[in-house]
Design a protein around this ligand. Structure first.
Ligand code: TRP
Length: 333
């Protein structure tokens, strides 16, 4: 569909508070990705309403997410960045795919089980069919690869099953997508419980460093990071706290563990934590500056959304029309 270029597609929840884990593990590498693939990134506002949202917050976060992605280096001239609700084909294909997805399959989704336990007062049908909308997102663009976190792999596998089933009945409709799960080596752990992954929804604000945290906050959080009772900056089994800080420092500076050990030989944890905090804050400063610039220009962001939606719609329309024709829907010209 794109002159033989492979398609990479990913969806992101409209949430402005992404962490340095998201930054180091994913966002920072997006621009290199766009050299090899035709990339589409969608802000999935329709997925977001499967749990209750405050309208003003959802709207603001949609802008913020777009601005943050651009601030991290996604160039809208090279990749398609758009908002899900701006391309109506997503929900139209979702209805169709609902008729090719089994109740039993959706019942087995771990995220559904987790979310319905967490939101026991609102186990709505949208929460249940969430993976079908996600499958539509992916399949509309004849996607080859889907970069996702490990928690979303099951959904991509379901998407493959749905597409395979559909293709068996109506040959050559969809490309079968492949999940790409980012390397576990990029795992950034919580600063207060370094055996747990750093999560944007952690209740302890000291455990997480957000991309948009200011310098003082970042330094304070690193100072408070949990470490062991040893004093040497050394990467070793069992030293989860220090290992995590060293990994973060390595990611930001490109230094190896040996280089870091040499740099801090004879210095204590205090000096090291301060260095990690300062390095992290300095690396994020330009991202934050660009973010503020983009957020200060709502009209500019809206123009980007519009451009992205037009690019996406063009492809989505073609796939949907192919699907409807195969199904036997009457097409008016
Ligand atoms: N469900 C994904 C998440 O919560 C977001 C998402 C929606 C997505 N549609 C997608 C990811 C399509 C990849 C492809 O993270």
């Amino acid at each position: 569909m794109f002159q033989n270029q492979k398609v990479s597609y990913s969806g992101v929840q409209p949430s402005g508070n992404l962490t340095i884990g998201n930054y180091l593990g994913a966002l920072r590498n997006f621009s290199t990705y766009s050299e090899d693939y035709k990339c589409l990134y969608c802000v999935v506002d329709q997925h977001a309403i499967t749990v209750r949202q405050v309208p003003a917050d959802l709207r603001r976060r949609t802008y913020e997410t777009l601005a943050l992605y651009m601030a991290c280096g996604l160039d809208p001239e090279k990749v398609t960045l758009y908002v899900q609700s701006h391309v109506h084909e997503h929900t139209e294909l979702a209805w169709i795919l609902n008729c090719f997805t089994m109740f039993g399959e959706l019942s087995r989704m771990t995220q559904f089980k987790d979310k319905s336990a967490k939101h026991a007062d609102n186990i709505n049908a949208g929460l249940f069919t969430y993976p079908v909308l996600m499958a539509s997102d992916i399949l509309l663009y004849q996607t080859d690869v889907v970069p996702v976190g490990i928690d979303q792999k099951q959904h991509v596998e379901l998407c493959r099953d749905i597409a395979t089933r559909f293709n068996a009945l109506y040959p050559d409709t969809f490309t079968i997508p492949e999940p790409i799960v980012s390397k576990s080596g990029m795992k950034i752990m919580s600063l207060s419980e370094p055996t747990k992954k750093m999560s944007k929804s952690d209740e302890n604000p000291n455990a997480v460093v957000y991309i948009l945290d200011d310098k003082d906050t970042i330094i304070r959080k690193f100072k408070r990071a949990v470490t062991d009772s040893d004093t040497e900056v050394r990467f070793a089994p069992g030293k989860d706290g220090i290992n995590n800080l060293m990994s973060i420092y390595a990611c930001f500076t490109g230094k190896s563990m040996e280089e870091i050990e040499a740099e801090f030989a004879g210095k204590g944890y205090g000096d090291f934590k301060l260095a990690v905090g300062e390095t992290c804050a300095d690396a994020l400063a330009p991202v934050q500056q660009r973010f503020a610039q983009y957020m200060g220009d709502k009209a500019g962001l809206e123009a980007q959304m519009k451009k992205g939606a037009e690019e996406a719609s063009y492809i989505a329309r073609r796939t949907l029309s192919k699907v409807e024709k195969k199904l036997g829907f009457v097409q008016l010209r």
